[in-house]
Design a protein around this ligand. Sequence first.
Ligand SMILES: [Zn+2]
Length: 65
Amino acid sequence: MKYCLNCDWSTSATDEPSASVRSRAAIAHHVETGHTIDSSEGVVPPRIPDLPDAVFVGDLLPSSD
Ligand SMILES: [Zn+2]
């Protein structure tokens, strides 16, 4: 599917079976609104994993040996 990062606009194979039509619709939305369109292979927008901060901190710290 393609979806807008600025509003709730989106289009997917469920709405429009033609990928080229979806692409044109996404470009049209961008041109008309200036919004940013992103796309994903799935049918819903991807979610950032809800990981605890400690995971990221641990990855950034140098090893202590
Ligand atoms: Zn939009």
